[in-house]
Design a protein around this ligand. Structure first.
Ligand code: MEV
Length: 405
């Protein structure tokens, strides 16, 4: 990638572009954009841009990706880009009969859905199927929910799906005699799952006195709590989303849609569970895998509007939504490994504190070399507080002035 093309990574979002993205714009806000290194995904070296305010996430992903290299890196894949649009039909005298009529007229509904001028349809995507779900009981009584399955190609797809369900709703009303209420995408994108797996050679996990094989066994123990306990599963998945969301934000994707889909998917069996699993394989290697909905796009929306997002995609060498989804699944799994690895060895606070101390030093007015010096002194003293940082800055400047005079 030519150096000039990387310039937008530094430039960020301009006010003029921001003003075209949302309403009532008064400014733009920034997040650190880091690059996670060492990733090999499906045999390809990938530099991963991550936009996140939390310390240790980029370093953690890079460390886990390095450990994965000797086992061949991450293997990732994803489903076709199928999203679901829902039309809620109410006021039906016989919901089963209405469902039957909708299925009878499926071809007509799909034809109408794909008649809308759309680049996605021109590119071979569009509505592919339709399902009718009878809901016998709800606070609003019985209802029919029609699911329109829509191939959104390289888009995240919310606009295409929402426009299409709005278009077909009157026909569904006519077919069923009901009243269409909700007409909107479902964020439980369970037809658009991405998967990643990794094998870690235990020696890669050696940590001081603790052998890698012991670390691997402890990681499986840590995962085991997430497997049975929603309190832990929520935090386990939060670690995964640290990675997934950071890439989503860097590439201008809708991280709330990812969050909604991830947690709904995590609860699909009636109890909230982890999105990843860890086990020791027959060859003694630590094996991890992750599966989650990954509704992301490389065209349209903020990805198209924001030069930084486009540069992030170029940096990764990613053009299609499926390639992006695969990278994000691998990063989610790497982030999960990094968190578990730290938690079962030195804990997460040590690494965190070094960066946190720098942030506190910066906030206290430290500049240049003072930042490291103030952070170092606070860590030594075990007192990472703004009052301490301010005092240290004053002391350092006092000392410098004294030496100069
Ligand atoms: C912190 O942002 C994420 C972790 O809590 C994840 C985990 O506990 O697995 C470290």
């Amino acid at each position: 990638m030519p150096a000039g093309e990387l310039e937008p990574l530094r430039a960020g979002l301009t006010l003029a572009v921001a003003d075209r993205m949302v309403e009532n714009v008064v400014g733009v806000t920034g997040l650190p954009l880091g690059i996670a290194t060492n990733f090999v995904i499906n045999g390809r070296e990938v530099l991963v841009p991550m936009a996140i305010e939390e310390a240790s996430v980029v370093a953690g992903a890079s460390k886990a990706a390095r450990a994965a290299r000797s086992g061949g890196g991450f293997v990732a894949e994803c489903d076709p880009s199928l999203m679901i649009g829902q039309v809620q039909l109410l006021g039906l005298r016989d919901v089963e009969a209405a469902a039957y009529r909708v299925l009878e007229r499926k071809a007509e509904v799909l034809n109408l859905a794909n008649s809308r001028p759309s680049q996605i349809v021109e590119l071979g995507g569009g509505a592919t199927d339709l399902e009718a779900r009878v809901v016998r009981e709800s606070p609003a009584g019985p209802m029919l929910v029609v699911h329109l399955i829509y191939d959104v190609r390289d888009a995240m797809g919310a606009n295409a799906v929402n426009s299409t369900v709005e278009l077909v709703a009157p026909l569904l009303e006519a077919v069923t005699g009901g009243r269409a209420n909700l007409r909107v995408i479902s964020n439980l994108a369970d037809r658009r799952l991405a998967r990643a797996r990794v094998k870690i050679v235990p020696g890669e996990l050696d940590c001081g006195e603790v052998a890698g094989s012991t670390v691997a066994a402890r990681i499986v123990e840590a995962y085991s709590l997430a497997a049975v306990d929603p309190y832990r599963a929520a935090t386990h998945n939060k670690g995964i989303m640290n990675g997934v969301d950071a890439v989503a934000v860097a590439t201008g994707n809708d991280w709330r849609a990812l969050e909604a889909g991830a947690h709904a998917y995590a609860a699909r069996q009636g109890r909230y569970g982890p999105l990843s699993q860890w086990a020791i394989g027959a060859d003694g290697q630590l094996e991890g895998c992750l599966e989650m909905p990954m509704p992301v796009g490389t065209v349209g929306g903020a990805t198209r509007a924001c030069p930084t997002a486009r540069a992030c995609l170029r940096l990764m060498g990613v053009e299609t939504a499926s390639a992006l989804a695969e990278v994000m699944a691998a990063v989610g799994l790497a982030q999960n490994l990094a968190a578990l690895w730290a938690l079962v060895t030195e804990g997460i606070q040590r690494g965190h504190m070094a960066l946190h101390a720098r942030q506190v030093a910066l906030a206290a007015g430290a500049a240049g070399a003072e930042v490291e010096a103030v952070a170092g002194r606070m860590i030594e003293q075990g007192e990472i507080r703004s009052a301490t940082a301010e005092r240290l800055v004053r002391e350092m400047r006092g000392n410098t002035q004294e030496t100069q005079t």
